[in-house]
Design a protein around this ligand. Structure first.
Ligand SMILES: *Cc1c(COP(=O)(O)O)cnc(C)c1O
Length: 412
């Protein structure tokens, strides 16, 4: 838990409300890892018994993921994480179809893995349409219909947003893409708990997953690729993953992803109920104890556990750093670029004013969190917001360097 002073991770007892950034590995997964790592060291591509042991772990995991998503095991391809899965889906489909189609449609609020890849494709001469969102962060199906044309090779829209939790109407959006012959990809990294995918009967051609957002290990993810979809390799080498993704498999990561999917199948309702209860309690308490706040996207369907709050008149980065000093871990969606803070692209796309966007902090819960720590966090947030608002001048990051925030907690 990080409370053991001899542990290398000892810092202080923290209240971890940053589960959209990453999650703690579930103890039941952790308990199996020494054996997985220590006993199954064989190369899964080797035909001998040691290789077969490792191979079994991989195929069991693939089967668990396919059961969760209602697809075939051979439609699941392991990758190094959500970023690689997104890049593979966008970049490789653009290049496989560039002879006849040149337009990609995505949205303004996608994860950077999608947006950076889209901007790279633009530099290469592809045409990219970034669909706008409404004030709640929702992409309208009508706007997709209006943007679609015969030149579109792929539509990529995330299932649930990592900053606000906002969920998109994936069935309708994917249907629209298929009607005109475009493929459909969704970044489902934040949508896995809340959405019961039935990929066999959906219009989704590709779907990205990441293990560490589901209490598994970092550095492992998967891309679902519907049977029949042509998608060239991104990584070349051996014949792993049916010849489509080379490299000796990260089987501890793969094991953790399969295990995480089995936990979701087993406990999904309880996990969602707990996250919803904590988020609701948190938002009620914040609303009643702190003036001049806005809960972003409060009126639309959100993934359970993500709460994005604008504290008017407060600098979000300063709030986040002050909360960290008191042991509450949260994050802002802003990027700190060479000393000046760039507001979150997601909140800006929702039409939120720049100063308000800069005053926004994301709190994200998992089923590891408790009601007790949620209430303590609210107390700390209230006191910190009051303190910051009472200051005569806005605390800049520069001043924080004075009070000695360790280098490593600043965002780069
Ligand atoms: C975290 C995240 C990613 C990136 O996944 P990694 O496994 O960290 O590469 C992509 N999309 C969304 C929505 C995410 O939250």
């Amino acid at each position: 838990m990080g409370e053991d002073p001899s542990s290398p991770c000892h810092y202080m007892k923290t209240i971890y409300l940053d589960n959209a950034a990453t999650t703690r590995v579930k103890p039941e997964i952790l308990a199996e890892l020494p054996e997985v790592i220590g006993e199954c060291f064989g190369n899964p591509s080797s035909v001998h018994s040691e290789g077969r042991k490792a191979r079994k772990i991989i195929e069991d995991s693939r089967r668990s993921i396919s059961e969760l998503l209602c697809c075939k095991p051979q439609e699941i391809y392991f990758t190094s994480g959500g970023s690689e899965s997104d890049t593979w889906a966008l970049y490789a489909s653009a290049h496989s179809l560039k002879q006849n189609k040149h337009t990609l449609i995505t949205s303004q609020t996608e994860h950077k893995a999608v947006l950076s890849c889209a901007s790279r494709l633009e530099k290469e001469g592809f045409n990219v349409i970034y669909l706008p969102v409404d004030n709640n962060g929702v992409v309208s199906v009508e706007s997709l219909y209006n943007a679609l044309n015969e030149d579109v090779f792929l539509v990529s829209i995330m299932s649930a947003n990592n900053e606000t939790g906002v969920m998109q109407d994936i069935p309708a959006l994917s249907k629209a893409a298929h009607e005109i012959g475009a493929m459909f990809h969704t970044d489902a990294v934040q949508g896995i708990y809340d959405i019961k995918y039935n990929l066999a009967e959906s219009d989704i051609d590709m779907l990205s997953l990441s293990a560490h957002k589901l209490h598994g290990l970092k550095g492992c993810g998967a891309l679902y690729i519907k049977q029949g979809v042509i998608l060239p390799s991104l990584i070349y080498g051996g014949a792993q993953e049916q010849g489509r993704r080379a490299g000796t498999e990260n089987f501890p990561g793969i094991f953790s992803l399969g295990y995480a999917c089995r936990i979701i199948m087993r406990d999904r309702d309880a996990i969602i109920a707990k996250k919803q209860k904590l988020t609701q309690l948190f938002e009620e308490e914040i609303s009643s104890q702190i003036k001049d706040i806005t809960i972003n996207s409060a009126s639309v369907r959100r993934a359970a556990g993500i709460s994005n709050i604008s504290f008017h008149g407060v600098d979000g980065e300063a709030l986040m750093l002050n909360l960290d000093l008191r042991g509450v871990c949260a994050s802002t969606g802003s990027a700190c670029l060479s000393g000046s803070v760039d507001p979150s692209h997601v909140l800006m796309a929702m039409g939120i004013e720049k100063t308000t966007a800069i005053g926004s902090v994301r709190f994200s819960f998992s089923d590891d969190n408790t009601q007790e720590e949620t209430l303590i966090a609210v107390d700390i947030i209230r006191d910190t917001v009051n303190k910051l608002r009472n200051m005569h001048h806005r605390q800049t990051l520069e001043e924080f360097r004075h009070v000695g925030i360790p280098e490593n907690i600043r965002r780069s």
